[in-house]
Design a protein around this ligand. Structure first.
Ligand SMILES: *[C@@H]1O[C@H](CO)[C@@H](O)[C@H](O)[C@H]1NC(C)=O
Ligand SMILES: *[C@@H]1O[C@H](CO)[C@@H](O)[C@H](O)[C@H]1NC(C)=O
Ligand SMILES: *[C@@H]1O[C@H](CO)[C@@H](O)[C@H](O)[C@H]1NC(C)=O
Ligand SMILES: *[C@@H]1O[C@H](CO)[C@@H](O)[C@H](O)[C@H]1NC(C)=O
Ligand SMILES: [Fe+2]
Length: 412
């Protein structure tokens, strides 16, 4: 991102924002139901949840290599054996479910790997696969599914996996407000509690504190499936608190959390520059990024290029601002995909402001008041999940436009 003349940058970004917020890149409402299913671009979208039946094998065993509670980012090894020989085939899946007592005939797996990728599995009916775990604010369990994805049945299940702290602050991200001496911090926990941000100008030394406001959404706030059916798990509570009174370009150290459940680790950001024609800023503009899994799960639909994008941004120490101008994580109705998306971006957007607007994959759904009428692109979220998660300086929840100044640039 070489610095360019400010007026050109402003013009480019304006065009990009307009394009992403109003263009409909995949009018899937016009396609057949099976095209539509494929177009949802989520791993869960290919899985026929209502077809799942129970047929546990007497000799099948599924186990995990942890006995205690786990935390976000922990790796786990799932082993399985006793699949009758010579039956092992490419339609056997190891699938993760949240919560651990979820009925797999009601809710989609959070993610899965094909058992054939376990060394030796196709020859022996036994093997193991590694997964990375996320804090989805609830217990988890692995199921061994056969004949997936079309006519799946449960052949074995793992022990229940507990989370160390369902209220550990997750999904920390920043946003500019209309005031250059402020920064809005947003994060997610399981319960409401009494959340706050604490900050100061030296590490570990928090001299100021601001209480958060909290909001959430329920299944009934969604406009249709899969957001209100197989994609729904409790999204937790979305907190927002504002750091105030910061000086331009001052480094701020902060942490978010709650006296009862504890505070999360320290993060840091550089306060916004003053609007000034003579300065320069370095920012990135993203659209259509999506998310992916580092553990190779969700094979058919992972958007691998997103890992390239996020790791480059993470390594860029000069970055001051990220604009994401539509189609953020392609969660498309699956709460767990939002969780994964923020886990991937948190190292970046907890240190630079992340200014977003919704794309068709956040907003569009028939009969929900969007511009297009027949598009199912948001998977039933109809902009509600986006609005609660990304509290931008906008006039209202379904009035997603706003403008702001950052250094020499007016973004609108
Ligand atoms: C999903 O399963 C249900 C119940 O078995 C069945 O009626 C339906 O045809 C299946 N859908 C697909 C796309 O396979
Ligand atoms: C479980 O397996 C994972 C993946 O191989 C490994 O990273 C982790 O250290 C193991 N945990 C324990 C408690 O052995
Ligand atoms: C999901 O939304 C659709 C459309 O509003 C509605 O018909 C259906 O009953 C809802 N399902 C659930 C489980 O809430
Ligand atoms: C910006 O916020 C500060 C407190 O952080 C306040 O003193 C100031 O009046 C605000 N400025 C505007 C223009 O609202
Ligand atoms: Fe898109």
């Amino acid at each position: 991102m070489p610095p360019m003349a400010p007026p050109t940058l402003a013009l480019l970004s304006l065009w990009a924002v307009l394009a992403a917020c109003s263009a409909q890149d995949d009018p899937i409402g016009a396609l057949t139901p099976s095209d539509l299913e494929a177009a949802r671009q989520t791993p869960q979208g290919v899985f026929n949840v209502s077809a799942v039946t129970w047929n546990p094998y007497r000799d099948a065993v599924m186990d995990v290599n942890v006995t205690g509670p786990v935390a976000s980012g922990d790796w786990i090894r799932v082993s399985f054996s006793g699949i009758p020989f010579p039956d092992p085939h490419g339609k056997d899946w190891v699938a993760l479910y949240v919560p651990g007592d979820a009925d797999p005939a009601e809710v989609s797996p959070v993610k899965y790997r094909n058992a054939k990728h376990a060394e030796g599995y196709m020859d022996t009916g036994a093997g193991s696969l590694d997964f990375i775990l996320e804090n989805h604010r609830d217990t988890m369990r692995f199921y061994f599914m056969r004949k997936a994805p079309g006519e799946p049945f449960v052949a074995a299940k793992s022990p229940l996996i507990q989370l160390a702290n369902p209220n550990a602050p997750m999904q920390v991200h920043l946003a500019l407000t209309a005031n250059h001496s402020e920064m809005k911090i947003q994060w997610v926990t399981k319960d409401t509690g009494s959340p706050a941000v604490e900050w100061g100008t030296s590490p570990g030394h928090y001299t100021s504190r601001s209480k958060a406001t909290s909001t959430t959404y329920t299944r009934d706030d969604m406009c249709g499936p899969p957001a209100n059916t197989t994609g729904f798990i409790d999204p937790g509570v979305f907190h927002a608190a504002t750091v105030t009174g910061v000086k331009p370009l001052e480094q701020i150290y902060y942490r978010v959390g709650d006296e009862v459940s504890g505070y999360g680790p320290e993060h840091s950001f550089i306060a916004p520059p003053l609007p000034a024609a003579s300065s320069s800023v370095i920012f990135a503009v993203l659209g259509d990024m999506g998310q992916s899994e580092v553990d190779k799960s969700n094979e058919p639909y992972q958007l691998d290029a997103s890992l390239e994008t996020s790791s480059r941004l993470e390594a860029d120490d000069d970055l001051q601002l990220v604009l994401h101008i539509g189609d953020l994580g392609y969660a498309c109705g699956y709460v767990a995909q939002w969780d994964r998306f923020y886990a991937q971006l948190q190292p970046i957007i907890s240190r630079v402001p992340y200014m977003t607007c919704p794309g068709n994959h956040e907003r569009d759904y028939p009969n929900s008041g969007d511009r297009w009428g027949s598009s199912h692109s948001s998977g039933g979220e109809c902009g509600v999940a986006y609005a609660r998660r990304q509290q931008m300086p906008r006039p209202g929840d379904d009035k997603m436009w706003y403008s702001f100044d950052f250094g020499p640039i007016h973004f609108s």
